[in-house]
Design a protein around this ligand. Structure first.
Ligand SMILES: Cc1cc2nc3c(=O)[nH]c(=O)nc-3n(C[C@H](O)[C@H](O)[C@H](O)COP(=O)(O)O)c2cc1C
Length: 358
């Protein structure tokens, strides 16, 4: 247990504008990580190692991309007990993102809507921060680096941005996540369609083979997809992932659907909806991916995990590992060991040949 209970911190943070609360938290973590003050939020990591895509994860609970977009507080976040931390999305060049306000809380639904638009300091600053992280990695924590495209890059040239991102992050990543599913960059999600996805992934795979030779290290490539896909689209993405030798899939990003939050304050804000309302859609996509990809293919499940039971449901749907973002905002860091222990327990109770729903 950390020294400061989240029940005390949350009312203060929720009294601030959401983005201000976020920025203050990140700045504090960046400043205080690896100092004696870290004991304020430090929690023992549940030891439940699992190997996925050739990587040894110390436990199954990770931080989803977007909370630490610039990779500034990997050690501070890692101290909360995560087995893995995904930072980014980083774009080749720094960019300011969309006009503010661009982040909204929907507390009755335990949800957020954001249209940040990949605000970030760019690849050079990102890599400098990532290289500064010490303690999390030294303790066996896994760091995923999530790449995207600049808003100003025409969608026809998107591949170039992803190739720049891949080459830049490759030597510093345990895995690379290719984000083609943010709703806040114009046309980005079009990269999930058949021909565009095949072209992107074959280019990335070719470059990855070269990078593996240069750096004498194979870094797994994961693709992050949206929840707003029907079964046929999920099936065809699954096929394209396999065809191009992609190592795993992260499902899912935020949703553009609003049915689950109709009538609530901020429900009509443009952007991606996260938290409880995306839970069911994300589980459906995970189930369909597992059905299409078979038992052994690595799947990271994310979307609406607010409790240990929710994380177990992700594993039942077919996820090997689970990530959280919005759950951390509403429930606080205590959620992390709760989830890690529940997943450890579920694993202990499993018979050989893990049960997976079809
Ligand atoms: C404020 C905010 C910013 C996000 N930024 C990113 C991002 O930069 N890259 C990305 O791949 N996902 C991003 N996401 C999506 C999350 O990583 C996650 O996939 C999604 O929120 C669903 O999980 P959750 O319900 O646990 O939040 C963001 C989510 C939120 C709430």
């Amino acid at each position: 247990m950390s020294i400061v209970p989240y029940a005390l911190t949350r009312p203060f943070l929720f009294g601030l504008d959401p983005e201000r609360a976020h920025d203050l938290t990140i700045a504090s973590l960046a400043r205080l990580q690896n100092t004696p003050a870290q004991c304020l939020w430090q929690q023992a990591r549940v030891d439940d190692p699992v190997t996925v895509a050739g990587l040894r994860f110390p436990n199954r609970i990770g931080l989803a991309a977007g909370l630490d977009k610039n990779g500034e507080c990997i050690d501070g976040l890692g101290a909360m007990g995560f087995g893995f931390i995904e930072v980014g999305t980083v774009t080749p060049k720094a960019q300011p993102g969309n006009p503010k306000p661009r982040m909204f809380r929907l507390p009755q639904a335990e949800a957020l809507i954001n249209r940040l638009g990949f605000n970030n300091q760019g690849l050079t600053a990102f890599l400098a921060h990532v290289q500064r992280a010490r303690t999390f990695r030294a303790a066996g924590g896994i760091v995923g680096l999530n790449i995207g495209k600049n808003a100003a890059t025409p969608i026809e040239q998107a591949v170039d941005d992803y190739l720049i991102g891949l080459a830049g992050v490759y030597p510093h990543a345990d895995y690379v996540a290719v984000n083609i599913s943010s709703p806040n960059t114009k046309n980005l999600r079009a990269l999930q369609s058949d021909a565009a996805l095949d072209a992107l992934l074959s280019a990335l795979q070719a470059r990855r083979l070269r990078l593996a030779r240069t750096h004498r290290r194979e870094v797994p490539l994961f693709v992050k997809i949206a929840p707003d896909l029907d079964e046929a689209q999920v099936g065809s993405i699954a096929q394209t992932l396999r065809k191009n030798g992609i190592d795993g899939v992260i499902a899912t990003n935020t949703t553009i659907a609003r049915d689950a939050v109709k009538g609530l304050r901020h429900a009509d804000e443009a952007g991606g909806l996260s938290g409880r309302p995306v839970f069911a859609a994300s589980n459906r996509v995970i189930r369909q991916l597992r059905g299409a990809l078979g038992k052994a293919y690595p799947i990271i499940g994310v979307g609406g995990v607010m409790s240990a039971e929710d994380a177990q449901a992700k594993v039942t749907a077919g996820a090997d590992l689970v990530q959280v973002y919005t759950g951390l905002i509403y429930r606080g860091p205590g959620l992390i060991p709760q989830v890690a222990r529940a997943l450890q327990q579920a694993l202990l109770e499993e018979t050989p040949g893990r049960p997976k729903s079809p």
